[in-house]
Design a protein around this ligand. Structure first.
Ligand code: ASP
Length: 332
């Protein structure tokens, strides 16, 4: 029997046409599917048009709509392909990785750098290969499939604004390379079973990313106090936080001692952070309220923090969940 795939269309460049004000989503999921020859021989495909937006406008409430759509139809399909803008795809892929964990039914997110209607588009192959990947018995969990690469949903990053090769897998191997119709696995792990599936319905969006720049002022912490429950601090290098005066020390310890959450990461794209290496970081490494993000991507930390704070405000539980590896999000 042919497998069943649900394709969920949300917009993005893939669906865009040139309008008076610039490219904007205009094509439906049905129209997009009609551009991709050969899929009708591979699977039974249904299409759900959930929204039609530039992913610049994608927020936690839309992540939740996508999550709900997948779960509502979970029993009726063997896999899911989500068409999405590339700009915030890595955030959505990470968010879905936390909201729907250990799914044996693959949830694949794709899009394109050029609209489906563009004669030189990358959209056809991305959609085709995403469907192939979602149909494959070796696939599971949430992933991004783009330009012949399958990337774990928590490890994607949009690295290029124009090239077809837009996404990289950060600090973790590709799940697979896809050459035409062939899926070449690069990472083989245990496949979850139906009983392993866990889903969540709450997020706390009061999460802010603060990138250190030379001379940035620590009073920012005070300004963020009313609006945010967690700060993700992108430090310099492997974990440097300025100590030319005591303003950062006061602001950071003040923030966590007031019960708020702080995760520390690096603004360097590869290899992660470790506060223990330099004097300019070590004093922060032992505090129970300061969470070291290791080699997670900032996109995944944002989504994970929103998911964690949606479940609990207990410090020990926040810590436990933060350090738990989910969909390959961190190297333990
Ligand atoms: N601005 C578009 C979006 O993210 C870019 C794309 O899809 O490539 O929706």
């Amino acid at each position: 029997m042919m497998k069943k795939i649900l394709m969920i269309a949300t917009g993005g460049t893939i669906a865009s046409k040139e309008g008076a004000g610039g490219l904007t989503p205009a094509m439906t999921g049905e129209e997009l599917a009609s551009f991709v020859p050969g899929i009708e021989d591979k699977c039974e495909l249904d299409i759900l048009q959930l929204m039609n937006i530039d992913s610049t406008n994608m927020r936690p409430r839309q992540w939740m709509e996508i999550r709900d759509a997948v779960m509502e139809h979970y029993g009726s399909y063997d896999g899911f392909v989500i068409l999405h803008g590339t700009d915030t795809m890595a955030y959505t892929a990470a968010a879905l990785s936390y909201l729907i964990q250990n799914t044996p039914k693959p949830i694949v997110i794709t899009g394109s750098q050029k609209p489906m209607g563009n004669p030189y588009t990358d959209a056809k192959l991305n959609v085709y290969q995403s469907i192939l990947y979602a149909l494959d018995d070796g696939s599971c969990n949430v992933s991004i499939v783009f330009n012949g690469k399958a990337v774990a949903g928590t490890r994607g990053r949009k690295q290029r604004t124009r090239s077809f090769d837009a996404f990289e897998s950060m600090n973790f191997p590709l799940l697979a390379a896809i050459h035409d119709d062939r899926i070449v696995r690069k990472y083989v792990g245990p496949l979850p079973s139906e009983e392993d599936l866990v889903t969540y319905t709450r997020l706390n969006d009061r999460v802010f990313v603060l990138k250190l720049t030379p001379e940035v002022k620590a009073d920012l912490f005070g300004l963020l106090d009313g609006g945010y429950d967690a700060i993700i601090l992108e430090t310099f290098g492997i974990g440097g936080i300025p100590e030319y005066d005591d303003s950062f020390e006061k602001a950071i310890f003040g923030w966590v001692d007031s019960g708020k959450t702080l995760a520390v990461t690096t603004q360097v794209p590869e290899e992660g952070c470790d506060l223990d290496v330099y004097q300019v970081g070590r004093k922060y490494s032992e505090h129970p309220g300061i969470l070291q993000a290791g080699d997670m991507t900032t996109e995944a930390i944002v989504a994970k923090m929103m998911w964690i704070l949606g479940q609990t405000d207990d410090r020990d539980e926040i810590r436990r969940l933060f350090f738990k590896e989910i969909n390959h999000d961190r190297t333990v």
